[in-house]
Design a binder for this molecule. Sequence first.
Ligand code: HEC
Length: 97
Amino acid sequence: MRAVFTANCGSCHTLAKAGTSGSVGPNLDDVGLDAEQVQAIVRSGAGVMPSFSDKLSDAEITGRLREYRPPAPSYTNGVMGKYAKLVSSASEGAVTR
Ligand code: HEC
């Protein structure tokens, strides 16, 4: 994952695991999207972000996303921890469950 990410995504995105610090796009350490949503964005692009469907094959994208696990929530205790347990992902509107 790391080499492909560093070469294709690192110039625009920060991701601690890959050691990149791009600041054009959102910091991907803070993104709580599921595999389907990441896949859709990598295939079709979003705003300034280009589509990668001509650079990365469908099999490559699908294979990588099968292994993708969303990061654990940053807040696990205190008031924010309680809140995080009560609501769904921000990508689904952060509504209470
Ligand atoms: C040219 C700079 C650029 C490159 C290269 C780039 N991105 Fe992005 N990315 C962006 C921008 C800008 C956004 C925000 C788009 C918007 O919503 O307007 C974004 C959004 C995203 C999002 C959604 C984040 C959110 O909070 O909604 C994901 C996931 C993502 N990129 C992953 C990747 C991956 C994986 C790669 C490499 C295959 C990549 N990006 C390459 C600029 C880039």
